[in-house]
Design a protein around this ligand. Structure first.
Ligand code: ISE
Length: 348
């Protein structure tokens, strides 16, 4: 065998183009460059060119390109990771489908159900599966364990799901719509993931707000969901605690309960004065780093295996379901009434 033939037979790294390298995108570039096997970053785009150049400097071989369209079309891009703001996801995901390139799109798939449904239809019309959606919690070890326990019937029939989602702080400009489409969207997907059925109605309940919240933000906020089989889900969202990042899920079943996110290992009970304390992660990146790593690796492996979408990954349809539930939650913000989720038919 000549050296040339050996070279050709070696599996080539998947060349990933990353659109949007703010906080999350830069994190993904670092992950792909240092920890993901069988992949490298080949192109980067950000509307702030200087940011793109800074991040590209840390990824050997990555070229900065001028626009998302140019990145998606580039020959040296085999697959695309979208981490731009949510309002651009529809067009960028559809451009990837049109270019025949697998795409991992960060959540949300879109900022309204109509846009999300457009992505579902475009993928369906292409006759291929291209779109993975970045609901990384599906790849978290505790989430996976709870899912397996539910499937094995360990707590019997689920009746109630209690969720908590607390951030130390959120970026400037965060609105009630972001609380729904950016934060609660994770629990909305978790409902489908854990229960194998989406929420069919949602009611928003607004208590008095924290003084840490910027003017006009309803923080905290409670969401009450129902599913077709009769499960009730509560979600307490509080995104300006000033403390740390806490994500908990408790399932109340007919034969027992199961809780994840307690982080007992971090809790100390022997502090002076008998206080019960401990520490929580600063934000979602340290808390879910292993989940993000596993999600991106599973995506790269699925593309290498020719399936494009990892088995546990959320799909465009999951993104559409989440957007439809977010839409009902947003409508409920004004009236605080329970709003039914409106769904289009799933393309057959
Ligand atoms: C953020 O965008 C995320 O996706 C985090 O996982 C979530 O916890 C946070 O609330 C969002 O703002």
């Amino acid at each position: 065998m000549t050296p040339q033939e050996t070279q050709q037979d070696l599996p080539r790294d998947l060349r990933i183009g990353v659109i949007g390298v703010g906080r999350m995108g830069a994190d993904h570039v670092e992950r792909i460059t240092r920890r993901t096997k069988g992949a490298r970053v080949s192109a980067i785009n950000d509307f702030r060119r200087e940011t793109a150049e800074q991040v590209a400097a840390s990824a050997p071989g990555a070229r900065v390109v001028d626009s998302p369209e140019e990145l998606i079309a580039a020959d040296e891009v085999d697959a695309v990771l979208i981490t731009s703001p949510g309002q651009f996801h529809r067009d960028q995901a559809i451009a990837c489908i049109d270019a025949g390139k697998p795409v991992l799109c960060e959540k949300p798939l879109a900022m309204n159900p109509a846009d999300a449904y457009d992505v579902v239809r475009a993928e369906h019309a292409s006759g291929q599966r291209y779109v993975s959606l970045g609901f990384m919690r599906r790849f978290d070890a505790e989430y996976a364990e709870l899912k397996d326990a539910l499937e094995a019937g360990e707590v019997g029939t689920p009746m109630v799901l209690n969720c908590k989602h607390r951030n130390a702080e959120v970026p400037p400009g965060f609105t009630d719509a972001h609380m729904v489409y950016d934060s609660a969207v994770h629990e909305i997907d978790a409902i489908s993931f854990f229960l194998d059925e989406p929420a069919t109605s949602v009611q928003t309940i607004i208590p008095r707000s924290t003084e840490n919240a910027p003017d006009g933000l309803h923080d905290p906020m409670l969401l009450l969901f129902r599913t077709a089989s009769g499960v009730v889900v509560t979600d307490e969202l509080y995104v300006n605690t000033g403390a740390g990042y806490e994500v908990r899920t408790e399932v109340v079943g007919s034969r027992g309960t199961a809780t994840i996110g307690l982080d007992i290992s971090r809790v100390t009970t022997q502090q002076p004065g008998g206080t019960w304390g401990g520490s929580v992660p600063a934000d979602f990146r340290p808390r879910f780093v292993a989940a993000y790593d596993a999600e991106v690796q599973a995506w790269v492996d699925a593309i290498a295996a020719g399936t494009n979408i990892a088995e546990r990954s959320a799909t465009a349809w999951d993104g559409y379901l989440a957007a439809a539930v977010c839409d009902a939650a947003e409508k409920s913000l004004t009236s605080q009434d329970a709003i039914e989720v409106q769904l289009e038919a799933r393309p057959a």
